[in-house]
Design a protein around this ligand. Sequence first.
Ligand code: XUL
Ligand code: CO
Length: 435
Amino acid sequence: MSTGFFPVDKIAYEGPSSTNPLAFQHYNPDEIVMGKRMEDHLRFAAAYWHSFAWPGGDPFGGQTFDRPWFGDDMAKAKLKADVAFDMFTALGVPYYCFHDADVRPEMNNFADNTKALNEIVEVFAKKQEETGVKLLWGTANLFTHRRFMGGASTNPDPDVFAFSAATIKTCMDATMRLGGENYVLWGGREGYETLLNTNLGQEDAQMGRMLNMVVEYKHKIGFKGDILVEPKPQEPSKHQYDYDTATVYGFLKRHGLENEVKMNLEQGHAILAGHSFEHEIATACALGIFGSIDMNRNDYQSGWDTDQFPNNVPEVAQCYYHILKNGGFKNGGTNFDAKLRRQSLDAEDLLIGHIGGMDVCARGLKAAAAVIEDGTYDSFLEERYAGWQGDEAQKMLGGDYSLDEIAEYVEKSDVNPAPKSGKQEYLENLWNRFV
Ligand code: XUL
Ligand code: CO
């Protein structure tokens, strides 16, 4: 039984010529792309927090949304769950994601928080069974409540570390109970406001220990999904330790976790780090730690994390290109970590935002697949590095040659490389044929 909050119960695929704002023009779940259904490639998820827990505030003004489920009691939390699952089924997203604090009221202590969370988890379990919607990942909100203002695992107060560890345990249990396919850690307050009050080495040790405990607990309870870290360089902290993929990889190596933890990458966070989204994805793939994505877009002027729905097909196409070349998503998927603008008040706006995002991703995926199927681009890349297949090159790469031996070889064979064009404009034009 739908709550009737949304104007329609089901969004259908009507094709590119449709002018119906409440229909898909490009996302056709059953369409086969490179031998696989589009739905199985993209593995869409909707985020509970932005659509159902965010009141529409910004630094200069408070709540703009007026939702019947706003308020801090269990009855409201259950109404929120009803509306959330209405949206998931209307959109046909196979997955959703949540933080503990999105779904339960904030109680007075740890035990009551856990009790409230577990009660909602049972509601979710029933709804998952009824609708077939699944959990892509769960996570703990260790950044909103004031107790976390100085960090969660990196807090100078060991009691906050303990409270955080206990909360993560309950959220991992909830994720496991709901058959979640991943567990995410985004370190919203794991960083500093000022270096003046911060012991970097101590905080690194604390964060390393926490992540090790998460991995130990995953194995203890037999959780089969991936543990994912979500990097972000700043906001809300001035500096966050999980700055970007490369920084997190260094952290994982330092704490012996590079084979245990993967990445959940977000477009807006990549932009804040001074990267492109495709850079972050390609880096994670190259390092063997790619997991999942939080799809959205940041405003390029505002300089903060605007979490808008994606609408740039050429950019999204490059992202899916790297994901397809990496073998596609395994446990991961495309989670819309995106919210409406604060003036978009109508119930249908929630559907329209997601429909647009899903259509953009579908177009991006199809363009990436077309690039791969055409083969010209991949052949270009292969050809560019083909020299490395030669005998001498393989020896240099494989460690058979030392610097002085290479010097001898360069002198003896009169190695005198001729510069070759990098062909950037050619490649840009080539990609533009597909997007
Ligand atoms: C914050 C953000 C989070 C994480 C989960 O910028 O992206 O919502 O995705 O905590
Ligand atoms: Co995110």
